[in-house]
Design a protein. Structure first.
Lengths: 275, 416, 300
């Protein structure tokens, strides 16, 4: 009895949250379908009364869309993969091992998290320009990795410490090597945490504008946010195509993550039952 | 086995990182042969028809060995990128600046002195004064006038016709036209005869300069805020009058989206850029411009001259070639294309090329005002001194005299 | 057991494991951080950039900041603003995450999708949409109130700084919710169901289950989320900047806006570096408790 009432409450609150959280998203999507003169209407209505796909046509046919999409995919892919791998190693050390200098390592990771990006812009540019890494996607990827790493290390560690050491120890006693124990026991249990952090790293890299803008200069190196900024000139922003492009770029992100989120959630419960 | 593999993966990723550095660290700056010059322009250049393509084609024909690379920047962040390039002493050879942005860079020695090239630039004898002043410092030319923007009153001829109003020739006529419109349509609580947001300082200062006032004046090497002078206060009173009687715009707001409001159909007049007519599809063709009338009948009040200049950073080793490119991009041929696309060309000689309903805007560029040429002017903009003063006046939070005196003191303090 | 036997000899494993992260961080951030610190003691404006070197001024930048009467107001304002945003986003995020566990899977799926969508919106776009919703001329909020029969005039929600910060803070919290909710939800799914069931069979009531099983498992994630939220919210810049038309008035200045105006607005990068360091110190102070917790956790 109690369970049903709390489920009902959860469902109603969930719907409420969907409406409230989703309204700005809804507004972006409906705006993307409004013809030019209706976008900033002095008489707005919740249900749009005009419909046009001209913004989408304009966005997709604007020079550089495909290239920017590709660049962003490359940057995001390497940032996420490399930072997750590096951070996974580090988080295992921090969560599972004792070693000298751990305190200093932990402290420095935390401090890095606090560095304001804008204050480091110019020194980073200077460094990468000396390394000849400006105007290269590799330079952006390296910088993104440095900026998301502390976060990823910390969050993964947070998910790792939740997993009882007994599980690995049992695996070790069964004759597994340590890496085997990690791979077979730890990683499946860490999956939700890995997904949450991967989404984080993904979206940071996907949406970051300022660093990419400062570090990249050729038009054919532009990432999506830089390309999106091209809809703004000195007089203002061309909202229609910008909203259309933003909607388009959000779709693959959502599809991709709802897929892996589902897969991993089932994988976890399966693993937990077995364990 | 497994241990070994994990170990080698770790080792590999380290090696990859180190290797990446070692590999790229070796090739340092190239020799100074100008295989290419890099030009930073704002996206606005894409709206200027074929001007850019034509200039590049002509340049390439004359200098086939040098490739022109155009990179488009964003208004919000281009100066950060420029500062970074200045620190690294390597970056673009030509940079577009908004005309209010240049002075700081000219004064700091960040830009190459172009005075000796001046006669080679097209129409340099008839450059718009506002743009030339913006690009000059200490009697030297640092940034070449590129194009300008000016403002005039955009209005709805149909409403004027319905009320039997003709285009006003003086401030007094302007005011009475506005009152007539308010009487006719003012029952709609959102209707503005003149849409004038409280923080619209380009509009307010035009009233001030029209009355003979100024934001600040230089006397004896020192800048003095002069918004509290009798003439300036007369101008601010005009602003207050229009805001109180004719405008339903946000008294604490900016003009940032005024064409969208105009598009909503409840505005009869607004102080607009020439290009704003592009973005009012619901109004259709029911729009036209007239110059903002002066208190002196028959004259126009001075308009703020916005615009852009082109400069060459001081580190550029190809300054001469870069100046040549600027010459190609700002010559009479390209200026004509720019003018025909609706922007205001960089010289008074060609203003007549803009015809049709936007012609009054081009005419407004002849009689213009510009921000004080003080190196520290940017401090005043950052402090929002003028916007604060104006919204205090518009909302009635302070009297005109008090607000002007406070702002004047602050300006004096900030500029010196 | 394994630990004790291993502790005797030098173990290269932990060092090998943290080495890649140290290399990546050191490589990219080592020099910039050094530069940040050295710049804070220099006058480094455009003229110095052109000259190629800054002028050493000792503690002048710090002194100038600390003697600016506005600075302390700004710091206080930033702290209050941060506190508000962090508590709202953590409380609501936790509430949502706990609901998600019990929700109908279909609703959960939609909510998850909405959260990801919110997250995936480019910042400029999401803030601009919020700004329209609460703008003077184009506000859907005002329009809806009017359509319900109330006669509401166009309203500038930002004249009153309280309602202004409420809207800006709401937008920040809204943007932070996806990450917080998804992380807490992920942590909740880690809690073994059989453990809870076993406890329930043993007669534990929901509160006891929460306190003895769920809460300890969630604590590390909460501490991480709270301290990260503090760090991020303290540095909020774009929201205020875009909401207020790139021209925030003095009563909307926060530390990030202040640092920006001093460094990029005036190209005084020495000043900017000093303010950034002060911000880091302030952050260390504010997050001190959580940091100690995290250090302890990292140390155990």
């Amino acid at each position: 009895m109690k369970r049903t009432s709390s489920t009902t409450y959860s469902n109603i609150s969930g719907l409420f949250a969907i409406v409230l959280m989703g309204f700005p998203v809804y507004w972006m999507v409906t705006t993307s379908f409004k013809p030019k003169g209706d976008i900033l209407s002095t008489n707005p209505t919740i249900i749009p009364h005009s419909f046009s796909i001209s913004n989408y046509v304009e966005a997709v046919t604007k020079e550089g869309f495909a290239k920017a999409l590709l660049n962003s995919v490359i940057v995001v892919f390497f940032t996420v993969i490399i930072s997750i791998i590096i951070a996974l190693f580090a988080s295992i050390a921090v969560a599972r091992m004792k070693f000298k200098g751990k305190r200093i390592y932990v402290a420095s990771i935390l401090l890095v998290q606090m560095l304001p990006l804008s204050a480091l812009l110019i020194p980073i540019y200077l460094l990468l320009s000396r390394l000849n890494l400006t105007d290269k996607l590799a330079g952006v990827i390296l910088t993104y990795i440095a900026f998301v790493l502390p976060f990823v290390v910390w969050t993964l560690r947070g998910f790792l410490v939740n997993i009882p050491t007994e599980l690995e120890e049992a695996a070790l006693m069964d004759g597994c090597t340590k890496p085997q124990a990690y791979r077979r026991v730890l990683f499946p249990l860490m999956a939700p945490g890995l997904v949450a952090t991967a989404i984080f790293a993904f979206i940071q890299a996907w949406n970051e504008f300022l660093l990419a803008y400062i570090l990249l200069s050729s038009q054919d190196k532009a990432t999506m946010p830089i390309w999106l900024a091209g809809f703004t000139n000195r007089f203002g922003t061309d909202w229609g195509p910008l909203m259309a492009a933003s909607t388009l770029t959000a779709i693959p992100v959502v599809i991709f993550f709802s897929l892996i989120q589902d897969k991993i959630a089932t994988g976890v419960t399966a693993g937990a039952v077995k364990g | 086995m497994r241990t070994l593999r994990a170990k080698s993966i770790a080792a590999m990723s380290v090696a990859a990182l180190v290797g990446a550095v070692a590999f790229t660290g070796s090739s340092v700056a190239q020799a100074a042969t100008p295989k290419s010059i890099t030009v930073w322009l704002m996206p606005d250049a894409k709206d200027f028809g074929t001007a850019l393509a034509d200039a590049n084609a002509a340049f390439s024909a004359a200098y086939p060995k040098t490739k022109v690379i155009v990179e488009f920047q964003t208004w919000a962040d281009h100066l950060k990128k420029l500062d970074a390039a200045l620190v690294a002493k390597k970056g673009p050879d030509v940079v577009e600046f908004g005309n209010t942005e240049v002075l700081k860079y000219s004064a700091a020695g960040a830009l190459a002195d172009l005075s000796s090239y001046k006669p080679t630039f097209g129409n340099s004898a008839t450059w718009l004064k506002g743009l030339e002043d913006a690009g000059s410092f200490d009697g030297k030319l640092f940034a070449v006038p590129y194009y300008a923007g000016a403002r005039a009153i955009m209005y709805r001829p149909s409403l004027f016709k319905a009320q039997g109003i003709s285009v006003p020739k003086s401030y007094a006529e302007f005011l009475s036209a506005g009152k007539k419109l308010m009487n006719a349509y003012g029952t709609d609580k959102d209707f503005s005869a003149v849409y004038l947001p409280g923080k619209y300082w380009y509009a307010a200062m035009s009233f001030v300069y029209d009355e003979g006032g100024a934001i600040a004046t230089k006397s004896g090497g020192k800048w003095v805020g002069s918004l509290d002078s009798a003439a300036s206060i007369r101008g601010l009173n005009r602003f207050k009058e229009v805001s109180d009687l004719l405008s339903k715009a946000d008294k604490s707001g900016t003009e940032a989206a005024q064409w969208d409001v105009f598009n909503g159909g409840k505005v009869a007049m607004s102080y607009s850029n020439g290009w704003e007519s592009c973005c009012i599809p619901k109004i259709g063709t029911d729009w036209a411009f007239f110059p903002m009338p002066s208190v002196n009948s028959g004259k126009a009040s001075p308009a703020f001259l916005g615009g852009s200049n082109l400069a060459i950073p001081s580190y550029a080793s190809n300054a001469k070639l870069a100046a040549t490119w600027i010459r190609y991009f700002t010559n009479a041929t390209q200026m004509k294309t720019i003018a025909l696309s609706g922007a205001i060309p960089n010289n008074t000689r060609m203003l007549g090329l803009i015809s049709g309903p936007a012609a009054p805007v081009a005419a407004a560029a002849k009689n213009s005002w510009f921000v004080p040429g003080a190196v520290k002017w940017v401090d005043v903009e950052n402090a929002n001194t003028l916007q604060t003063m104006l919204s205090d006046i518009a909302t009635g939070k302070k009297t005109v005299a008090k607000a002007a005196a406070d702002a004047s003191d602050e300006i004096t303090k900030l500029l010196n | 057991m394994a630990r004790i036997s291993n502790a005797r000899r030098f173990k290269p494993w932990p060092y090998l494991l943290i080495a890649p992260s140290l290399i990546a961080l050191g490589l990219i951030l080592g020099f910039p951080v050094y530069k940040l610190i050295s710049l804070s003691f220099e006058r480094y404006g455009l003229a110095e950039i052109i000259a190629g070197e800054g002028v050493f001024v000792g503690l002048e930048n710090f002194k100038e900041t600390f003697t600016d009467p506005e600075f302390w107001n700004i710091l206080k304002r930033t702290l209050f603003f941060t506190l508000g945003m962090v508590s709202v986003s953590i409380v609501v995020g936790a509430w949502l995450a706990h609901l998600m566990v019990k929700m109908h899977p279909g609703i959960r799926y939609v909510l998850n999708t909405v959260l990801i969508l919110v997250w995936a919106m480019p910042q400029l776009v999401s803030i601009s949409v919020w700004r329209w919703i609460f703008s003077f001329d184009f506000s859907i909020v005002t329009a809806v109130i009017n359509s319900m029969g109330f006669e509401m005039d166009n309203h500038n929600y930002f004249v009153n700084t309280f309602s202004g910060f409420l809207i800006i803070g709401g937008c920040v919290a809204w943007g932070a919710l996806p990450f917080i909710t998804i992380s807490i939800y992920a942590a909740l799914t880690q809690v073994p169901k059989d453990l809870i069931e076993a406890a329930e069979i043993d007669g534990a009531n929901p509160r006891q289950v929460f306190r003895n099983i769920i809460f300890p498992m969630l604590l590390p994630i909460y501490i991480i989320l709270i301290s990260l939220s503090i760090i991020w919210d303290f540095q909020v810049f774009s929201h205020i900047w875009i909401f207020l038309d790139s021209r925030p008035s003095a009563e909307y200045y926060t530390m990030a806006i202040y640092a920006f105006q001093k460094s990029f607005g005036l190209s005084e990068y020495g000043m900017g570096a000093a303010i950034s360091l002060i911000m880091i110190f302030a952050l260390v102070g504010v997050t001190g408790y959580y940091l100690r917790q995290m250090m302890r956790m990292g140390d155990e």
